[in-house]
Design a protein around this ligand. Structure first.
Ligand code: PLP
Length: 224
């Protein structure tokens, strides 16, 4: 099936309040244009250079979400235009985003990536580390970033009960932190969870942003 049909099929499944990030990594600008022509505006990329190349040639009303691991030395390249940095996994990265955003007089929305899967991963705050960071409160002095919610990935498994447990863990952390630290912050509202194989489960568990790639654009060819 073609990209536009795939896109419409996914969109048709999303309830009100859930937005789609079309994950276009490893797919060419032409594929993004096709989704764009069907009305899609939010796209997700995970590598700075690939994103910057696409940003340069594609329409400027696209909202780019950075969904991968972001190295601090790459922040400066995306700071002028990025709409949402989804996978902030250290306080150090948050301070660097704040610094680079300031240079462009911007406030960049960020999500805190939380490690809720059973799988080993180098990335993401543990829930305890993130809670500690939020309690410490220094982030409140970072006026050029805005913490807009949380992001996470479930274990890559066929066990749907496990996936759902992990997504519900992320939702519970969001609720806890919303009440404890962001009760007066309407901007803290996003729970980014769900990919091609598990977005339906994520929606049941309270997702507000699903990040769907291969189901729309087809399999990625990593050998280039
Ligand atoms: C690649 C990627 C996705 C999309 O994965 P699909 O299985 O192709 O839908 C979602 N989130 C993150 C963080 C990714 O790196």
């Amino acid at each position: 099936m073609d990209i536009q049909t795939n896109l419409r099929n996914v969109l048709a499944e999303l309830p009100e309040g859930v937005r789609l990030v079309a994950v276009s990594k490893f797919h060419p600008a032409e594929a993004i244009e096709e989704a764009y022509r069907a009305g899609q505006r939010i796209f997700g990329e995970s590598k700075e250079q690939e994103l910057s190349e696409k940003y340069n040639v594609l329409p400027k009303d696209i909202e780019w979400h950075f969904i991968g691991h972001l190295q601090t030395n790459k922040v400066k390249y995306i700071a002028p235009y990025i709409t949402l940095i989804e996978a902030v996994d250290s306080y150090k990265l948050l301070t660097e985003i704040n610094k680079q955003a300031g240079k462009h007089n911007r406030t960049i929305p960020c999500l805190l990536e939380i490690h809720v899967a059973q799988e080993e991963s180098k990335y993401g705050f543990t829930p305890d580390d993130c809670r500690e960071m939020l309690e410490a409160g220094e982030w409140k002095e970072l006026h050029n970033i805005r913490i807009a919610g949380v992001m996470g990935m479930a274990t890559n498994t066929d066990d749907e009960a496990q996936i759902e447990r992990e997504f519900r863990t992320l939702k519970a952390l969001f609720d806890e932190w919303k009440q404890a630290f962001f009760a007066d912050e309407p901007a803290f509202k996003e729970i980014s969870m769900g990919m091609s194989h598990d977005y339906r489960i994520a929606i049941r568990a309270g997702s507000t942003l699903v990040r769907v790639g291969s189901k729309i654009f087809g399999e990625r060819n990593y050998v280039k």
